[in-house]
Design a protein around this ligand. Structure first.
Ligand SMILES: Cc1cc2nc3c(=O)[nH]c(=O)nc-3n(C[C@H](O)[C@H](O)[C@H](O)COP(=O)(O)O)c2cc1C
Length: 217
């Protein structure tokens, strides 16, 4: 079967927030949220700071599963390290991959094999100097469980917050106004980094309108 991430709404050049499930050598499971960027229909890149379980397991096994879900609690449990076995399904070893694990109620999941890992050092403010692993992986298999699957992108959420604040900026006091401007600039940063074409165009329109109203940004 042709592997094509765009069939699950993941387009080339875009970043999406996902939950990655892995296993260690002793078949202990792990789940944690990570952003990924789509390089091609069947290729992705991850940037993972050194020190966590996911990167350790990926280095050990060379394989991992990317889960697509929009469920807030799954992201919260994954972030607070409380995804227990009851939320996970194990997949047996096959000719193409080893024993793996996926998030049972994910809308879709796909199995990845590491192509290469390069390390880099991130030292830019506000991140403290840290080693980062840049992992390029090829997608071996996509499983769609909900045909309306739509991966999370931070751009639309940042834009919605900006739109709401924009609609209120004329009716708040100076302190709140400054807060909204700071939030706007942070949302603009996120959208420039991970947003799609329409989100970038939208934040530009909002900025022009705020400037026309005399706000300094
Ligand atoms: C939505 C979201 C996206 C994240 N993306 C990344 C990422 O791209 N790279 C990274 O190193 N950490 C990222 N994190 C932080 C990791 O999930 C976090 O460090 C986690 O504790 C790692 O868990 P682990 O030790 O089980 O691997 C993200 C967190 C969230 C909530």
């Amino acid at each position: 079967m042709l592997i094509d991430l765009s069939k699950i709404g993941m387009n080339k050049g875009q970043q999406y927030e996902t939950i990655i499930t892995t296993m260690d050598k002793n078949q202990n499971t792990n789940a944690a949220p990570f952003g990924l960027r789509v390089l091609d229909n069947d290729k992705i890149v991850l940037r993972i700071f050194e020190g966590g379980n996911t990167i350790k397991n990926i280095k050990e096994n060379g394989e991992f599963v990317v889960n697509i879900t929009t469920e807030p609690l799954m992201f919260t449990f994954a972030t607070t390290n409380t995804i227990t076995e009851e939320y996970l399904t194990r997949i047996s070893k096959t000719k193409t991959h080893d024993e793996l694990v996926y998030l049972t109620n994910a809308d879709a999941y796909f199995i990845c094999k590491v192509e290469n890992i390069k390390t880099s050092f991130r030292e830019d403010d506000p991140i403290k100097a840290s080693k980062i692993n840049i992992i390029k992986a090829v997608v071996l298999e996509i499983n769609v469980k909900n045909k309306c699957v739509k991966p999370i992108n931070r751009g639309i959420h940042a834009l919605m917050e900006s739109l709401v604040n924009y609609s209120r900026i004329n009716i708040v006091n100076k302190e709140k106004e400054d807060y909204f401007i700071d939030r706007f600039l942070e949302s603009e940063r996120i959208i420039k980094k991970v947003g799609n074409k329409e989100e970038k165009e939208s934040i530009k329109i909002l900025k022009e309108n705020l400037k026309k109203q005399g706000y300094e940004l």
